[in-house]
Design a binder for this molecule. Sequence first.
Ligand SMILES: O=P(O)(O)OC[C@H]1O[C@H](OP(=O)(O)OP(=O)(O)O)[C@H](O)[C@@H]1O
Ligand SMILES: Nc1ncnc2[nH]cnc12
Length: 171
Amino acid sequence: MDLKAHIRGIPDFPKPGILFYDISTLLRHGPAWNEAVRRMADIVAAKKPDVLAGIESRGFLLAAPIAHALGIGFIMLRKPRKLPGAVLGLSYALEYGEDRIEMQADAVEKGSRVVILDDLLATGGTLGAGINLLQQAGADVVGAVTLIELTFLGGRSRIHAPFESLLSYDE
Ligand SMILES: O=P(O)(O)OC[C@H]1O[C@H](OP(=O)(O)OP(=O)(O)O)[C@H](O)[C@@H]1O
Ligand SMILES: Nc1ncnc2[nH]cnc12
């Protein structure tokens, strides 16, 4: 199945000059969402993770079904002030703004094998911050996987873990 045929590019969203890769059309097509999850799950399974981490909010839509399919646990990396209890946090730059990501300080066991997932790699700020956060918490980040990679933004240079994406766009 051609998964790219289910992803549309919307110009000038959320700011002028940004071409937004919209996965809503993939998510609302059952067989396409299923195929994306299945193909990402194969990549993830090969890394033999103990647990998966997903990034709010579009990342959850891929990471949670993959964790469920593999029968392993799921950790939420969330936008600020959403998680109760002690949290670890990091701020980072986005392609179109600034954001912060947080996780619960006790979410991972020291040395556990974690694969982190998101829908899309752009500048790599989000995924890079997620990896740093998991490492601070004591995780062994054995992989980082996204559905989409915008190669022209060079985000891979900020990803200090073995990285794979299913689909890449060079413009
Ligand atoms: O590689 P980067 O430049 O960091 O950009 C990629 C991130 O940007 C988007 O999230 P967004 O903050 O728009 O939030 P959403 O998932 O809640 O829509 C996307 O889902 C990634 O998490
Ligand atoms: N161009 C883009 N399209 C969709 N999501 C994004 N997140 C960061 N950049 C993006």
